[in-house]
Design a binder for this molecule. Structure first.
Ligand code: PSU
Ligand code: MN
Length: 304
């Protein structure tokens, strides 16, 4: 184990005893939702994971330490400090460690730290991907490269159509990342259950997900697996409302000349403003739904 990693006693014990553990990211806390809903949601997600038989490990960088398992106080700290916590992707890790700074982990860095700790399953809301107009901007999330190389299963609700979903799927195919639809043949689009794009495979039980992931690990095939779990029907949003908000947000972003790591947070915040509390409520529900599936899958993987 490396000296920069700090695994909480509860998570360390669970891993040692071969019990199921689910990793959770912290960019969703510091950058993805407003305070105090971000903290409430993060704690609720942990509770849902426990209720479904696994141990939660919220991942973050605090004072330069790579944390696998945050305390409720640390989650409160990350939530309250919000946007001031640096959004930490792969390229940021070494600098934040050396400077003993805080970092909110994206899908990328959560996968990295989960893999260091020996955690195999990770639940979140949405992943980054190939942005619209990436042909000009080259804006492709590091999340896709991480899925190509780090052996962690990421359970999400698909990707928001702030991205080019078709190009995101092409990229994942090139990189050899299996894209699984949970109880669906179609890639879900975060707030909505449908995108019009097919997934590689449909699987209907946590056991099936665990078996495929175990096979991947046992064969030494590098990289992760992307499980896309549609938002429950009763919480999904009308497609026109979301499409309108996203189109508007992208236009504003281009006019404002936003680029680099600011793009995703800018778009997410704009979409949230334009759709009011509805999108926040949907966001919370889909994360809880993913946490449930992740806990069950982590359990199934431990039983294999
Ligand atoms: N997409 C969402 N919600 C999020 C993110 C993406 O719907 O919170 C966050 C995740 O942490 C993801 C990161 O890993 O944004 C991707 O950022 P970028 O596009 O800059 O790589
Ligand atoms: Mn980007």
């Amino acid at each position: 184990m490396n000296k920069y990693l700090s695994i909480s006693p509860e998570v360390a014990q669970a891993l040692e005893e071969g019990k199921p553990v689910v990793a959770l990211e912290s960019t969703i806390i510091s950058h993805g939702m407003p305070y105090p809903q971000n903290v409430e949601t993060a704690l609720k997600v942990e509770q849902v994971i426990r209720e479904n038989g696994a141990i939660p490990a919220t991942i973050a960088i605090i004072g330069g330490k790579l944390k696998a398992g945050c305390t409720p106080e640390e989650i409160e700290y990350l939530g309250k400090k919000g946007q001031e916590v640096i959004k930490a992707s792969r390229r940021d890790l070494p600098v934040l460690i050396a400077r003993k700074e805080d970092g909110a982990t994206t899908v990328t860095t959560t996968m990295i730290i989960a893999a260091m700790a020996g955690i195999k399953i990770f639940a979140t809301g949405g992943i980054g991907g190939v942005h619209r107009h990436a042909q000009q901007t080259f804006d492709i999330s590091a999340d896709l490269e991480e899925l190509a190389q780090t052996p962690v299963m990421v359970i999400c609700a698909g990707a928001k159509s702030i991205l080019d979903l078709g190009l995101t799927l092409e990229y994942l195919e090139t990189k050899g990342v299996p894209v699984i639809g949970y109880q669906t043949d179609e890639l879900p689009a975060f707030y909505t259950r449908h995108s019009g794009f097919g997934v590689d495979y449909r699987m209907d039980t946590p056991e099936e997900l665990a078996a495929a992931f175990k096979a991947k690990i046992d064969c030494g095939l590098k990289g992760g697996m992307l499980v896309t779990n549609p938002i429950p029907d009763e919480y999904s949003m009308p497609k026109q409302v979301i499409d309108f908000a996203i189109a508007h947000a992208i236009q504003e972003m281009e006019e404002a000349g936003i680029h680099g790591k600011q793009c995703t947070p800018f778009l997410l915040a704009k979409v949230k403003d334009l759709t009011g509390g509805d999108s926040l409520a949907a966001n919370i529900q889909l994360v809880l739904n993913n946490a449930r599936l992740a806990a069950k899958t982590a359990k199934a993987l431990c039983e294999k």
